[in-house]
Design a protein around this ligand. Sequence first.
Ligand code: COA
Length: 340
Amino acid sequence: MLARVTRWDMDVTSTAGTFTIREATDADADAIVAVLNTDAPQPTSAEAYLERERQANRQPTWRTRWALEDADGQIVGTSVVNASQWVRADEHILQLVVAPHARSRGYGAALLAASRDAARAQGAARLRTNIRDAHPDVRAWAERQGFTLLYHKFESTLDLAAFDERAHGDVDGALARAGIQLTDMVALGGDDANWTRLHDFFADRLTETPDMKGMPRWTREQVRQALLDEDAQPEWTVVARRGEQWLGFSILTRHPRGAYNFITAVRPEARGVGLGRALKVEVIRRARAAGFTSMLTHNLSVNASMLAVNRRLGFEPRPGLWVMTGSTSWAVGGAGDGAH
Ligand SMILES: CC(C)(COP(=O)(O)OP(=O)(O)OC[C@H]1O[C@@H](n2cnc3c(N)ncnc32)[C@H](O)[C@@H]1OP(=O)(O)O)[C@@H](O)C(=O)NCCC(=O)NCCS
């Protein structure tokens, strides 16, 4: 790419001629959605996009979005960079799409450069991006730009109508022998003290998940907000306890395509006796009782025990995402940071 770049929001001369990278506005919604839809498994509408924008703008975290106009003034590329409590504090999230008909002209690299510059100016050392596993060419492009693979993240689905509860009857006996009971936030009494306890328990367990390990522990407020965003209900918030001690929990929520298992986690000292599977069987029972025919969850390739539980329950992996990370350091005229 021939890039003549000193700052963004300006024209750039490249092998593809002159193009412009500027901040995107809501007035660009139709054109941006058309670009995003070239990479989306389900097309979205401008209305849905604008609603997501409104939601994102209500978050306290920093965020910026770009539009790339080609020489004819058509928007053919877009990127969004934002901070997030789901990633490390020194890392920002990047979503970047160039419409297929406009690829191989250096637009992607130019949008990436603008995104890297903006993230670095905010103090971010790295960018994290999700690439669809159906698109190995895009992953190869990201690798050429200096990104490396963190893990594979994918949706798994369970056919609730075909689920055979009797095949997991052993978990009830295992819990009884271990003196463990499954309860929920209704039975526990959904008072402030118990919700605070749940928020703390959630924050502790989250630090033990492979993707959040090493990240700052969430505050109670962050957990409370995440549960609000998921519309978590007390009767679908299942807690495993032995006497007064809480050992694990699992939360079921609603998803447009079925019941969603938002999180299942067990304290390290209580693992390996079937509690993870027992919690999931319990939320499966509740989802079936509520009339759902399908359950979804998200899995990481690096979470061996959760994958083992899901496989045993009959969850089937669906197409997913390669989660990649790259440095925000970028030399003008260079192809990425070349450090990886
Ligand atoms: C995932 C988790 C809930 C499992 O809890 P658990 O009580 O140990 O689960 P179970 O005892 O029911 O089952 C664990 C299974 O993993 C298997 N397992 C454990 N470590 C494994 C490894 N390194 N490789 C492969 N399988 C492994 C066990 O053999 C067992 O399978 P089996 O029943 O077929 O023998 C627990 O490890 C956890 O809380 N992890 C952190 C939270 C998390 O990552 N949650 C998922 C994201 S929301």
